[in-house]
Design a protein around this ligand. Structure first.
Ligand code: DGY
Length: 316
């Protein structure tokens, strides 16, 4: 196989690093202050990028890598990459579908339970010594019992979440760009109509211009006072200012977020709100799953530079 120069845009786990190092000459994107000099010196040699973390891979970045052939994204969501621009330039983009579906669906259920039963707050109460000091933790305002769930974005992860939610005895409907072939659960072409009919929304939507702030004041108002919003997809889908306002005014009951408009961040206006449960984008974050994702990144690069079609292309 061709020993190509590959650039990693963020820190890689040891196992991915070992896999990539075995086949390619790996360079790491330095801190912003040193980036210009690095790209001037090394950019012209780079033929592959491993996209890890939050660095934006847009046209301006691609301009610095004139020999770039492939961007292998470590994740199923690839909104940090300008895929249209990559396609225009004939650059392949791959992602890591399937291997993280179950892990992200598990996290969604964990976040749903934490949010509805206020389990994070209860744990903080115990750790802070308030159980010993004050006695019983206050009863939670909301419960899973009697809820109905609308899943926003019904791909592989959305369907895996639906199966788990149904195992808890709750009915599931879905909103998607188009109905899913062979799917028997009720489909809503209109998100606001679905929000009116359920009291729990779980968003699995990818980021990008088409989904920017799709969940805003109108959807939250339709969800109603017992409403719970969970976001496990991308932060840009939810208008955070509208969410905080809806929680302040009791328009919905609570929210659980694994993803944010800006990442990584300390989302102060959200942290300040007692009705939001926050996780630091850990949907797929287990050694088991990140290992599988890393292997798929390596396999995609190895396929391409070995003269074969990448395994999981999203742009080619
Ligand atoms: C992804 O792969 O896009 C997930 O957000 C990772 O947790």
């Amino acid at each position: 196989m061709d020993r190509a120069d590959v650039l990693a845009t963020g820190p890689m786990m040891q196992r991915i690093e070992d896999g990539v190092l075995a086949h390619f000459t790996v360079h790491r994107l330095p801190a912003p202050a040193e980036r210009e000099a690095f790209l001037a010196a090394v950019g012209p040699r780079i033929r592959g990028v491993v996209a890890v973390g939050h660095a934006r891979i847009d046209g301006a970045f691609m301009d610095r890598l004139p020999k770039l052939e492939i961007v292998a994204n470590m994740g199923v969501g690839y909104d940090s990459i300008d895929a249209v621009e990559a396609g225009r330039r004939g650059i392949i983009v791959t992602n890591t579908p399937d291997v993280l579906t179950e892990e992200v669906a598990d996290t969604a259920l964990g976040l749903l339970l934490m949010t509805v039963r206020e389990l994070g707050a209860a744990e903080r109460w115990l750790r802070d010594g308030q159980w010993a000091a004050k006695g019983h933790y206050p009863l939670t305002r909301t419960t899973l019992r009697g809820r109905s769930v609308g899943i926003v974005g019904f791909g592989r992860i959305g369907r895996a979440i639906a199966e788990r939610v149904e195992a808890f005895g709750l009915p599931v409907v879905y909103h998607n760009r188009r109905p899913v072939a062979g799917e028997t659960r009720r489909y809503y072409p209109d998100l606001i109509a679905m929000a009116r009919d359920v009291d729990t929304l779980i968003s699995v939507l990818p980021g990008g211009a088409a989904t920017q702030h799709l969940i805003g004041a109108d959807v939250l108002a339709a969800l109603g006072a017992n409403g719970v919003l969970i976001n496990i997809g991308r932060g840009s889908v939810v208008d955070e200012a509208a969410l905080v306002d809806a929680l302040d005014r009791g328009v919905i009951a609570s929210a659980g977020l694994d993803v944010f408009e800006v990442e990584p961040c300390r989302p102060d206006r959200l942290i300040a709100h007692e009705r939001i449960t926050l996780l630091p984008h850990v949907g797929s974050a287990s050694h088991h799953t990140r290992d599988l994702m890393g292997q798929l990144v390596v396999d995609n690069l190895a396929s391409w530079f070995g003269g074969r079609r990448p395994l999981t292309p999203v742009v080619e």
